[in-house]
Design a protein around this ligand. Structure first.
Ligand SMILES: Nc1ncnc2c1ncn2[C@@H]1O[C@H](COP(=O)(O)OP(=O)(O)OP(=O)(O)O)[C@@H](O)[C@H]1O
Length: 297
């Protein structure tokens, strides 16, 4: 599949906890054995991946992204509007790596590279929010405030555990907010502590207990949490049997749709794929099978 093809390996040059030379050493020898022409580039700054993908994405048949969900988010924002988009191979090099988990890619870098090189191409959905794009999730309330409250030093030392310590801090002073939500033709005026729109199956390394949730189903899943406490959050992340869901959590509402409109007054911060830089209001549309990715055979 890769002979006579060109590929870009883009890696997060600021890879936090990871020994980048060791990480690169686990993937480049494997890629260069199979790929016709391999270009390697490290990101120099935040937003570099988005700009580079936008300017050069059409030149490559494949894009291997070695980084976390934040780096992937930047890449898909650079690629989304291009006519010719490369096939994406995700090598999990971040802290949470939620998208690679949703795609069942091994979390070990060498194994992930081998899996992608022996894999097949699958089309997956993405979503457009206003003039931006996301691939894994969009959320307001608890999730956005947890991300915003993460201490970067803590993240580099504790990795994914920092999300839990931040969630505990955030829950202590979380207050409800009012919102106006429209999912396709269904209108909901309500208040709550979190509204989540997900395309993928994992958030903060935890699998969402939705058996219907798929990256290729042409639908976005919407989760509205009206009340939250720590016990409940722990139970949600540990809940593996979806049949228990409706019985236990009457304060959680679930929907699916293709087009979502969300308003708050005043505007609230939004987390998209783990990055907090957007605010409400939001007009969200599914982009069916917009990207091609490599997955396990
Ligand atoms: N060279 C760089 N200098 C500064 N920031 C960078 C650089 N390269 C990437 N970034 C930024 O670092 C952020 C985090 O990177 P990344 O997502 O790869 O790792 P992570 O946050 O540890 O992983 P995850 O999102 O899976 O938890 C991204 O938002 C990206 O914009």
């Amino acid at each position: 599949m890769f002979t006579n093809k060109s590929a870009l390996l883009l890696y997060n040059g600021n890879a936090g906890q990871k020994d980048i030379e060791k990480v690169i050493g686990m993937t480049v020898p494997l890629l260069s054995q199979q790929v016709g022409e391999l270009v390697i580039r490290a990101t120099q700054n935040k937003d570099d991946a988005r700009k580079y993908c936008f300017q050069n994405g059409e030149l490559f048949d494949f894009l291997f992204i070695l980084g976390g969900d934040g780096t992937i988010h930047e890449c898909i924002n650079g690629l989304a509007k291009l006519e010719k988009r490369p096939v994406i191979g995700i090598i999990p090099g971040g802290t949470c790596n939620d998208l690679s988990r949703s795609l069942d890619i091994p979390q070990n870098i060498r194994k992930a590279t081998e899996t992608l090189l022996e894999g097949r191409v699958q089309e997956i959905d993405a979503a457009r929010v206003n003039d931006h794009f996301f691939i894994n999730f969009w959320g307001v309330g608890l999730i956005a405030e947890t991300s915003a409250n993460i201490d970067e030093t803590e993240k580099s030392i504790l990795g994914k555990i920092s999300y839990f310590t931040s969630a505990i801090r955030t829950l202590q002073d979380m207050t409800k907010f009012s919102f106006h939500l429209v999912i396709d033709d269904k209108e909901l005026i309500d208040d709550g502590v979190m509204v989540l729109v997900s395309n993928g199956r994992y958030i903060g390394t935890n699998e969402l207990p939705f058996s219907l949730n798929s990256l290729s189903d042409g639908l976005l899943d919407v989760l509205v949490i009206n009340e939250a406490n720590l016990k409940m959050i722990k139970e949600i992340v540990n809940l593996k049997d979806e049949r228990q869901w409706d019985k236990i959590y009457s304060e959680i509402q679930r929907y699916q749709g293709e087009k979502i409109s969300f308003h708050t007054d005043p505007p609230r911060e939004v987390d998209t794929d783990g990055e907090v830089y957007l605010k409400t209001p939001a007009e969200i549309n599914i982009l069916k099978r917009h990207f091609k990715v490599l997955v396990s055979n």
